[in-house]
Design a protein around this ligand. Structure first.
Ligand code: FES
Length: 397
């Protein structure tokens, strides 16, 4: 959106009202056969996409770049999205289906049918998948996703993107390991669209295998060294100590985009607050399930290591399943083969919203985005809620 200044924007707003009245008076009294606005919205933002794996590049033993084009079965187009947003992919495993989120690492212009027709190449999106230990879904992708496979997806999701009306023109991006993915897309976009932005990326990486990602990004950044900069930290360097070495003006006037592990995020967030950076200028990626909920100070000690019964109302019928205090209610549902839509798994999108009829949950305050009224009436997000008593819930199908 272009901002022209207060007076010009206000007078433009006044003209919209006049034009609107003229249009209403000129319009035919006959009802429209179809709503062109809704039709356009459906084209630009299809509810669901069917993607086809077009290529899988093994960048190292731990890193794959998966490229998707639209399936020939899908007659729509890629939804409009922004750098920093993510997609939710449905992973159909042997007994169950789960949704997992991945940042889109390719820039939005590569998914646009107009630009890519000009470039004579099919529109596509890419994600970076980094091998994870103890993740069943990650392991499944690693072993089973092959060329030509079709995957259901919904996107875009998330608010981890640059917004000119809200964010500063100086961005400080902090990334750890695969957290570099959203910044790939952003760097491409800045270069392609010649955005008037200055970007400094601080990157720290635990695995030598993941360093391939930074090598790619460095090449891109070298194209515009006046606007873009990458600072790679070694094991002994700490983000906060490096950030304070920047000029005071840059520290105070930048917007911070932080994409790293939960533990690291907590440290960085505390330090940024100490530097008096206002909350509104700190943007965090989707937080995901809390890694070890027992580590949270407020988690009730009496519930630790306990098992609870969850009675679930599904279409007026009752099902009873066993849950563990350390697992979210959503994971418990998935383990029991009960389908419940979910996308962000971070308490952000509201897709898993359900209602507690009886019982108690624990929610980490960092991801508790429920409104006061929702809490009052028992609504909750199973993706970030842990049972701390026997419960009865309605999953609102
Ligand atoms: S999956 Fe998004 S709020 Fe639960």
């Amino acid at each position: 959106m272009k901002v022209n200044g207060l007076i010009r924007d206000l007078s433009a707003l006044k003209r919209i009202g006049v034009k609107r009245k003229e249009r209403i008076l000129d319009a035919s009294p006959k009802p429209l056969r179809h709503d062109p606005v809704k039709a356009l919205a459906r084209i630009l933002h299809p509810e669901r996409s069917l993607l086809r794996i077009d290529s899988i590049i093994d960048r190292s033993e731990e890193v794959k770049i998966i490229k998707f084009t639209l399936s020939t079965e899908d007659n729509s187009r890629f939804p409009v999205f922004q750098s920093g947003q993510y997609l939710s992919l449905t992973i159909d495993m042997d007994n169950t289906s789960v949704n997992r989120t991945f940042f889109i690492s390719s820039p939005p212009f590569k998914a646009s049918p107009i630009i890519d027709q000009e470039a004579n190449c099919e529109p596509y999106i890419e994600i970076i998948v980094v091998k994870k230990e103890n993740s069943i879904s990650n392991d499944f992708i690693w072993k089973n996703w092959k060329l030509g496979k079709e995957i259901k997806a919904t996107f875009p999701h998330g608010r981890f993107f640059y917004e000119p009306l809200r964010d500063s023109k100086n961005l400080i991006c902090i990334a750890e390991d695969a957290g570099i993915s959203p910044f790939y897309s952003l760097v491409y976009e800045i270069i392609q669209k010649d955005w008037d932005l200055n970007l400094i990326i601080f990157y720290k990486n635990k695995s030598i295998q993941n360093m391939v990602l930074i090598e790619d990004l460095k090449k891109l950044v070298e194209a515009v060294p006046t606007k873009l900069k990458i600072i790679v930290l070694n094991d002994n360097q700490v983000f906060n100590q490096e950030i304070v070495k920047l000029e005071k003006d840059i520290i105070n006037k930048s917007t911070y985009f932080v994409c790293c592990s939960q533990e690291m995020y907590k440290n960085i967030y505390e330090e940024l607050i100490k530097l008096k950076i206002p909350n509104r200028r700190i943007r965090k990626q989707v937080y995901g399930e809390t890694q070890d909920i027992y580590d949270e100070i407020d988690f009730p000690t009496a519930a630790k290591e306990k098992k609870f019964k969850i009675t679930i109302l599904v279409n007026q019928e009752e099902k009873i399943i066993e849950s563990l205090a350390k697992e979210t209610v959503l994971v418990t549902l998935e383990r029991a083969g009960i389908e419940k839509s979910s996308h962000c798994r971070s308490g952000e999108c509201g897709f898993c919203r359900s209602r507690i009829i009886e019982g108690d949950i624990f929610v980490n305050t960092l991801v508790d985005s429920r409104r006061g009224k929702d809490k009052e009436h028992g609504y909750f997000h199973p993706c970030v809620s842990y049972p701390i008593s026997d419960m009865t819930i309605d999953i609102l199908k």
